[in-house]
Design a protein around this ligand. Sequence first.
Ligand code: NAP
Length: 316
Amino acid sequence: MTAAPSVREIEIAIVGGGPAGLAAGLYAARALRSTVMFEGGVLGGQIATTDAVENYPGFPDGVNGLDLSIAMQAQAERFGMETVYARVTGIRRAEDGRFALSTEGAGDFLARAVIYTAGAEYNKLGVPRERELTGRGVSYCATCDAAFFAGQEVIVVGGGDAAVEEGLFTTRYASKVTLVHRREELRAQKVLQERAFADPKMAFEWNSVVEEILGDEVVEAVTLRDVNTGATRRFPTSAVFIFIGQTPNSSLLVDLGIPLDAGGHAIVNAWMETPVPGLFVAGDVRSEAARQVVSSAGDGATAAIRADQYLTHLGG
Ligand code: NAP
């Protein structure tokens, strides 16, 4: 006779270990709820690869993203949050109203409430040779890979905070960083724009898009197309750092019937509640988020406070 596979019963499951999940874990644990936070990738999510977070209050000199994540985790674990390093592969509503979570390698869990903070992933350009040359000059993380291009000329694609911030970081190593943007105005915060325009190592190719990436073994050049004239030209570069926005990791919410906006973000109310009682969505994966570390942490705290109230209301 084989024993039935064990299912761990907990009160609050947090799916994703970025700033929203870590803050939710802190608040849920401090409410004395048995709390498990699941992280299937790297603790901290997107900030794990951010060299300096300069706009999280309390750190006048900035703070390394991974260091901040580790500190947040230690703080939550001090109050009893448990981290399980496993990807959640499915969430199903059980008949008794609880949530059945399946994981990759860590077994199954039954949670009375779920706070879903799975974040978002960087978008791909979708141009020829992008996939083949990823890790060979194509990168979505300058903090990780910029040092490989010391003394070389590279490009960064995009005009938002991520592109400008990571472009500025890359100037520490590269001899020249050309930011390729499809318009002639950046979307990034003004303070970042000013810094980029003042940096002698930064150059700009406006109204331009990358049409293809060139190189056999490693990146050698890109084909740039002028969006106004349609003219194309070869632009030599050793690396292509791509920061053109993100796609939310909301696929697990679809089967639960959570409404999504046109970009795939979950629609929630100001308490991070979804139409499914006991299921909360916080951070970059929710609609209309400011997508900052501080606002994600605020989202997570809000969701955990509401989840605690929800469980109290249910009795217990
Ligand atoms: P974003 O703000 O959505 O910017 C994406 C950029 O990529 C835009 O400039 C966009 O051009 C361009 N783009 C989009 N699709 C493109 C394509 N197919 N080809 C060429 N260019 C394309 O994304 P993000 O910079 O990753 O930032 C995401 C969120 O995180 C934002 O809310 C941001 O504030 C936040 N964030 C904050 C910080 C910080 O506070 N320090 C750092 C990183 C990220 P258009 O401008 O023409 O649309």
